[in-house]
Design a binder for this molecule. Structure first.
Ligand code: FES
Ligand code: FE2
Length: 387
């Protein structure tokens, strides 16, 4: 295979033609440059699918979730007919933002706080005070523009681009994979959500989450995690626009997350993660019975809102599961966040521009091929397939 070997500080043309085994990483500026960040907004996030929540968060009329991405805000809601709709979070009178709270229940009518225009929970205008006095005021002309919604693997996503390919086209097989790995998918309900602002570019966080190279080489929580999985069976598999990284559980483990493991073992017990372009990750940890969502929402070029969601089918969450969530929030998560923060600082050094992906021919459990693949998607979204 012919390869283009780019030296540090070389021109970026041809970056995506490098052979993965010999490739140099994306230059540092891709992780802090404001213009590149603006381009990511337009070319990646304004066209991408964004997780809104599990279907059960929109089961009852009046349930809604507000999702902010860059300067855009979207309401995903269940209307009075029990249908899920998404619409822009903006009043059609003078542009007031309608909802500021992240979630709500039983909100049957959306009333603008400014002049009381009222909307149904599908965004259609219901009433506008004094509008009967106006000439040529047709309520239908002031319905809030809709946003596309789709369901994949029990979760609801939205897309701000009406021409974007569907999730089925972009992520063929992902729905089946979700249903295969996550049991009781249709019974899941949100039990916790934690937002953390991380002073790091969203890609720094993603990069950290899609390689196993650092598992046994970084902090103590990572070594604990590695001990709970059958690391030899850890596989990181790329598809065009989605990826999985998964391993069977270490069936010899006696404790997990500080809790003794008792009772029968599920032979399907596993560490499983599924990622969908650009920033959606859903996962589960060995011996825990939850689905975690792990979403890095860009705030600016060097800050991201990292959102940890936890879903369970249990009314009473088992002790290992609740300890696992605590461990993720208080131990493993912060250990990774610290690495993300120090990487972000290091990327500014005039002593660094491009490193080398550690990619082996076998695409082993410690190979960084998913990081390279993810960067290639970023690069191609920004510059086209051939820069
Ligand atoms: S801006 Fe919403 S009613 Fe006036
Ligand atoms: Fe990590």
């Amino acid at each position: 295979m012919s390869s283009v070997a780019l030296k540090p500080n070389a021109s970026i043309a041809g970056w995506d033609e490098q052979a993965p085994e010999q490739a140099f990483t994306l230059p540092s500026r891709y992780f802090f440059d404001d213009q590149l960040f603006k381009d990511e907004r337009d070319k990646i996030f304004m066209k991408g699918w964004h997780l809104a929540g599990h279907r059960n968060e929109f089961a009852e009329p009046g349930q809604y979730v507000v999702c902010d991405i860059f300067d855009q805000s979207v309401v995903v809601a269940c209307n009075n007919e029990g249908e899920i709709h998404a619409f822009h979070n903006v009043c059609q009178h003078r542009g007031n933002r309608l909802l500021e709270t992240r979630r709500g229940n039983n909100t049957r009518i959306l009333r603008c706080a400014y002049h009381s225009w009222c909307y149904e929970m599908d965004g259609s205008l219901r009433s506008a005070p004094r509008s009967e006095r106006l000439i040529a005021f047709d309520k239908q002309d002031y319905n809030i523009p809709k946003v596309r919604v789709e369901e994949l693997g029990g979760f609801i996503y939205f897309n701000l681009d009406s021409n974007a390919p569907s999730m089925a086209e972009l992520f063929p097989g992902a729905d089946e994979q979700m249903k295969k790995v996550f049991s009781k998918l249709d019974k899941m309900r949100l039990i916790d959500e934690q937002d953390v602002i991380v002073p790091a570019n969203w890609k720094v966080i993603m990069d950290n989450s899609i390689e196993g190279y650092h598992f046994k080489l970084s902090g103590p929580c990572h070594i604990d995690l590695a001990s709970l999985i059958d690391f030899k069976g850890y596989q990181l598999i790329k598809r065009d626009n989605w990826w999985t990284y998964a391993a069977p559980a270490n069936m010899d483990a006696t404790h997990a997350y500080g809790v003794p493991l008792e009772g029968e073992r599920n032979p399907e017990e596993c560490f499983f993660n599924i990622g969908m372009w650009p920033n959606n990750t859903l996962y589960t940890f060995p011996y825990s019975q939850f689905i975690g969502t792990f979403i890095m929402i860009p705030l600016d070029a060097e800050r991201s809102l990292l959102r940890f969601g936890y879903y369970s089918a249990h009314d009473e969450v088992p002790a290992v599961t609740s300890e696992c969530m605590r461990w993720m929030n208080e131990e493993l998560g912060p250990e990774d966040i610290e690495l993300n923060v120090t990487v972000q600082k290091g990327l500014h050094s005039i002593g660094y521009d491009q490193g080398r992906y550690m990619i082996d021919a076998e695409r082993s459990n410690e190979s960084e091929h998913l990081v390279h693949h993810f960067h290639k998607l970023v690069f191609q979204a920004l510059h086209g397939a051939q820069a």
